[in-house]
Design a protein around this ligand. Structure first.
Ligand SMILES: [Zn+2]
Length: 121
């Protein structure tokens, strides 16, 4: 249900920003640590977005690499598999710098002229 919840959040956010205009394309910025599967997200987005301004809109994901930062020396490195150990200092306090993003980057809506035909829900 991970992608279902995320899809619901996307539809809610996009619907708010679309302000009644039909949405054609949505670009999302998603950190790799979220482990989101685009196809699964699209599947639920189509279900949740049905009968909303999001119906028929296409999804695009901008992948954000997972980057950790050492709290001691501020060293930053990209990871494929989470390994929370700094290559310079060894084990210690580190934090996730990027990789947990999940945000709507942009939306494309049809032009204002056509938007008059679309009833806001
Ligand atoms: Zn370090």
């Amino acid at each position: 249900m991970h992608e279902f919840d995320l899809s619901s959040a996307v539809v809610t956010t996009v619907t708010k920003h679309a302000a009644g205009r039909q949405v054609q394309h949505v670009t999302l910025r998603i950190g790799r640590l979220r482990q989101v599967v685009l196809r699964t997200l699209e599947f639920y987005f189509a279900i949740v977005g049905k009968d909303t301004v999001c119906e028929g809109a296409t999804l695009e994901i901008i992948d954000v690499p997972a980057v950790l930062r050492c709290n001691t020396c501020k060293n930053e490195w990209e990871i494929e598999i989470p390994a929370f150990i700094c290559g310079t200092c060894g084990p210690g306090a580190v934090e996730v710098a990027t990789g947990e993003e999940f945000m709507v980057e942009s939306i494309e809506v049809e032009d204002e002229e056509n938007a008059a035909c679309t009833a806001p829900r």
